[in-house]
Design a binder for this molecule. Sequence first.
Ligand code: AMP
Ligand code: ZN
Length: 112
Amino acid sequence: MNDCIFCKIASGQMRAQIIYQDEDAVVFKDLNPQAPTHLLIIPVKHIENISAAEQQDAALLGKLQLTAAKVAKELGIKDYRLVANNGKGAGQTVLHLHYHLMAGRRFLWPAG
Ligand code: AMP
Ligand code: ZN
């Protein structure tokens, strides 16, 4: 857990372009953006992914989604994609739960 880059961003040990932060969640710009707006929403608490979340994390998971919605609204973004890659086979490369908030371009469905 100590080597987790998103834990380091949440604790301020590693720099990131932080957009929003409170006691439970951090929102920052993705280093390698895949859309004109590409933010990551993470819990301060280290949870590997949605599969690793427990019943006691229910309110936190809800808060992360509401935080994404709040930030999007503050940025004037109405249409966006909010996704979480769960597991390496689904494209998860950082094993600390995060939602991608992407906007500013057309998105294909089904997702690639
Ligand atoms: P995923 O592939 O779903 O695990 O997404 C991980 C995301 O984290 C990728 O979009 C990376 O570009 C992004 N990322 C990795 N390291 C950093 C970092 N230090 N700061 C900001 N974004 C990062
Ligand atoms: Zn972590």
